[in-house]
Design a protein. Structure first.
Length: 196
């Protein structure tokens, strides 16, 4: 089995790259943002099916581990797992699973509310141990679960899309772990206006 590949991104296709390694071009499916002709190292997960063998590449072991956890959920195949990882960052996904935030997971293409809820139910107990060993969260992440869902709901009610505000909202909650929603909303609006 191939565990890791290092090479030059020779071609970028739709959801995959051709990684040139010692004269051999490997077709690696990836959700990572890679640039043409750059030298990269990818952790490889090989998925063998009756009719195909596919390589999936990740820049971190944590992302590979998340991929394996996602594909372990019944009804979530490699394609859906890659869509999730391509839409939501690993730390946001971990947070969404830990806090039961199905809406965030459902923002990935091909993921409905039922699948998102299934992911949460099947992985909620597993993410605690994984985050402790493979993810290095911000210092305030432990308390982030309480205010984050309320802040997201408040901003969504003002017309902002969850995917556009999630990272900023998570950062605000992490930086201000004791702040309540009434304090966080004006701070979030200020951040949003800065970004325009």
């Amino acid at each position: 089995m191939i565990g890791k590949l290092q090479g030059i991104v020779d071609y970028i296709g739709d959801g995959y790259v051709i990684l040139l390694t010692h004269g051999v071009g490997y077709k690696v499916y990836t959700a990572e943002y890679l640039t043409h002709k750059s030298t990269v190292e990818l952790w490889i997960e090989t998925v063998v099916r009756e009719d195909s063998i596919r390589l999936f590449g990740f820049t971190t072991l944590a992302a590979q581990n998340l991929f394996n956890m996602l594909t372990g959920v019944s009804g979530v195949g490699p394609k859906v797992a890659m869509a999730i990882l391509g839409t939501i960052s690993a730390d946001m996904l971990m947070s969404a699973i830990a806090t039961g935030d199905a809406k965030t997971i459902a923002t990935a293409p091909g993921v409905g509310k039922k699948v998102a809820e299934k992911i949460i139910v099947e992985l909620k107990n597993k993410v605690g141990g994984v985050s402790a060993t493979l993810f290095v969260p911000d210092s305030g992440t432990a308390g982030a679960g309480s205010a984050l869902p309320d802040l997201l709901m408040a901003l969504e009610s003002l017309g902002y899309r969850r995917l556009d505000i999630l990272e900023m909202a998570q950062k605000l909650v992490n930086q201000n772990p004791t702040a309540d929603v009434s304090t966080l909303v004006p701070m979030a609006l200020k951040e949003i206006s800065k970004g325009k």
